[in-house]
Structures are given as structure tokens and as C-alpha cells.
Design a protein around this ligand. Structure first.
Ligand SMILES: Nc1ncnc2c1ncn2[C@@H]1O[C@H](COP(=O)(O)OP(=O)(O)OP(=O)(O)O)[C@@H](O)[C@H]1O
Ligand SMILES: [Mg+2]
Length: 336
């Protein structure tokens, strides 16, 4: 299996005191789509800047298609494309003129310049607006132009720093559809970071989560979701049952609710339980084992269940858990 990226014990310290990367060990397979997820300030852009040879690592090593980012930086720049987080095109000129400038910066030979520009415009669905000033474009079109600029040299690996930030869902979809068809045509590896979890879920082959400069989890989106071992069961409870339990002093209703929740939380395979209006939400490790026991408790309380709904973890849940924004599970009992 060919690796597009391989880093080992990579660190980056800014100004002698900010540990932006704190020992990153990462591999990215060639020809796939790789998503890097992490909270603000976790080191995503820093890692991308090192891999694109803009910054040198403080310690550790990083290779792009086997080339060392420090020793072979010029060779790496010939095979990669990079779309930064910030805007990278000129607004007062057209797409064609932007691409012409970039093709000169990238050293695209003059004989194939026109063809490269036309391919790039077509890849990102901009051929019909090639001669319109960029200031008349929507945000989604500008982002597609920035990506088109990075595709001029038909890179083996493209880095996209938050490619769809601030775009509406249809503009985001257009960016990805164009990117995917370029990738399929040229076998390009895509490395992107994003705060849109649904994009990591839908488009990536592999995901890594970075937190405080360290990779804390990696795998496919499916593997990461499954690794949470949890599902949320929602029981819609008959209003009449709640009404009768809550009749009388308010404190009696609260006592009833908290004793019900305590009984449920004490069951095996349960991580958490809460009540909102007439919905009981239970986070379970394994619904097959947990469901009969929860139903038993509800019946013994004389509660009628109207509906049961199950929801599996999303990439949002994965992010919140591994990026250190939720406590690691501890309340539930593990299966023996
Ligand atoms: N040029 C720089 N000089 C000094 N500190 C920097 C520099 N660039 C980034 N940092 C710091 O390094 C850490 C990582 O920043 P980085 O931009 O890599 O995070 P990020 O994950 O890309 O965040 P975001 O999601 O907000 O874009 C932060 O603490 C940031 O303030
Ligand atoms: Mg960033």
C-alpha cells in the first residue's frame, strides 16, 4: 500500500512556547480522501503548513510520497496543490486571469498553459464564467476557483484547509462533486480539514482527530462511530402517565422523575438517562441487551410507552467525545 503522507513524532513550537503540534504520528494512504478534524487551535493548519513545506517542523519527520519535507521541499511543491484557509485569489480580475497568474507561479510550461487553465476551469465547473470578474462570484464559486488554481499542475496530492467554510449546503455539494470527479479522473489524494462533520462522514475514506497537537483517534468514519459503543433510545411516554405521576406537589413529581432515572441508570449497558417533556432519552451501550430491561422498569412504574426510537452516534458525537469536549465514558457498566 502506497503512503501519501507519513509523519513521525512531529512537533511544532511557535515562538519557543506554543506547542502547536505535540508528537504527531500519522499515515495517509495514497489515492484516498483523508479528513483531519479538530477544535479551533488544535494544530490542523500548522500540520498542513508543514506538509506543504511552508513551515519547518521543530522536531520529528514528515514525508510526502516518500520525500522529506525539509530535505526535498522543492520536489514536494511540484506534486502538491494547496488551498489555504484564507482567500487566495484576486477579486478585480477574471477566473482566467487568476489562473494565468497561478500557472506562471507554478511554472506550468507556456505551451500547455491554456490547456491546463481550461482543464482546471472545467474541473471546477467554472468554464462558462471564466471571463467574469471574480468580484461578481458567489462564495461557493470563489472557493471553486481557489481549488481550480491548486489543480493547475494536476497534483498527486491536494491539501484543502476548510474547503467549504461559510458555504451553503448546495455550494458545499458543488465543491465536493467537482472535487470527487477530478479525484476519480486523476487518482489524486485529497487531504482536507473541516469543522463540518457531515463532510468527513460522507466524503472521507479515513479520518483522524487532532486535539491539542496530538492525533487522538483515527480510522474510517464508520469505525469511529462504532467505537463509541453507544446508541440513544428515545421512549415517548404517555402524557397521562406523566400527568398522574406529577399530580400533587411539584417536589413529588421531581422525586418520581429522579427515582425513575436512577433505576434506569442502575441497569446494565446504560450510560446515561434523562427526561425532556414526555420523552425519556437513554444512552445505551448495546440496545439489544438494554431495551428489555428498560421496558421492564417502565412497566413496573405503570408507564405506557407510545413509541421507541433509536439513533446511532453521528460524527458530531465522535468529535465531541474524542476531541476532549465530553468526559470519557465511565458511568456505564461494561459487557462481561
Ligand atoms: N504563525 C503562528 N505563530 C504563533 N502561533 C501560531 C501561529 N500559527 C498558529 N499558532 C498557534 O498554534 C496553535 C495551532 O494553531 P492552528 O492554526 O494550527 O490551529 P487550527 O486547528 O488550524 O485552528 P482553526 O480550526 O481555528 O483554524 C494555536 O494555539 C495558534 O494560536
Ligand atoms: Mg486552521
Amino acid at each position: 500500500m502506497e503512503l501519501a503522507i507519513e509523519t513521525s513524532h512531529l512537533t511544532k513550537v511557535y515562538d519557543g512556547k506554543i506547542n502547536a503540534l505535540d508528537g504527531v504520528d500519522l499515515t495517509v494512504k495514497a489515492a484516498g480522501i483523508f479528513a483531519l478534524l479538530g477544535p479551533n487551535g488544535s494544530g490542523k493548519t500548522t500540520l498542513m503548513r508543514i506538509l506543504t513545506t511552508q513551515f519547518r517542523p521543530t522536531t520529528g519527520t514528515a514525508r510526502v510520497f516518500g520525500l522529506d519535507v525539509v530535505k526535498h521541499d522543492a520536489s514536494i511543491r511540484k506534486i502538491i496543490g494547496y488551498v489555504p484557509q484564507e482567500m487566495s485569489v484576486w477579486l478585480d480580475i477574471t477566473s482566467f486571469e487568476n489562473l494565468l497568474i497561478y500557472s506562471k507561479i507554478y511554472g506550468v510550461p507556456s505551451g500547455i498553459r491554456k490547456k491546463s487553465i481550461s482543464d482546471a476551469l472545467q474541473s471546477m465547473g467554472l468554464d462558462e464564467v471564466a471571463n467574469v470578474p471574480v468580484k461578481k462570484y458567489s462564495g461557493g464559486m470563489i472557493r471553486r476557483l481557489e481549488i481550480a488554481c491548486s489543480l493547475l499542475i494536476k497534483p498527486r496530492l491536494i491539501f484543502l484547509d476548510e474547503p467549504t467554510l461559510g458555504l451553503d449546503p448546495s455550494a458545499r455539494k458543488a465543491v465536493w462533486e467537482n472535487l470527487m470527479s477530478f479525484k476519480d479522473e486523476y487518482g489524486t489524494t485529497v487531504f482536507f480539514n473541516t469543522h463540518y462533520m457531515d463532510e468527513a462522514d460522507m466524503y472521507s475514506d479515513e479520518v483522524a482527530i487532532i486535539s491539542k497537537g496530538r492525533i487522538v483517534k483515527s480510522g474510517t468514519a464508520c469505525e469511529l462511530k462504532r467505537s463509541l459503543h453507544s446508541e440513544i433510545l428515545t421512549f415517548s411516554i404517555d402524557h397521562g402517565d406523566i400527568g398522574s405521576a406529577l399530580r400533587g406537589p411539584a417536589s413529588a413529581g421531581l422525586r418520581w422523575e429522579s427515582s425513575l432515572l436512577e433505576r434506569i441508570k442502575a441497569l446494565d449497558f446504560i450510560d446515561d438517562a434523562s427526561m425532556h417533556d414526555s420523552n425519556l432519552h437513554v444512552v445505551v451501550e448495546d440496545s439489544e441487551f438494554a431495551l428489555p430491561a428498560i421496558i421492564e422498569v417502565l412497566r413496573s412504574e405503570g408507564i405506557t410507552i407510545q413509541k421507541i426510537k433509536g439513533a446511532r452516534p453521528t460524527m458530531d458525537d465522535v468529535f465531541l467525545r474524542y476531541a476532549g469536549m465530553l468526559p470519557v465514558k465511565g458511568g456505564g457498566k461494561s459487557r462481561t
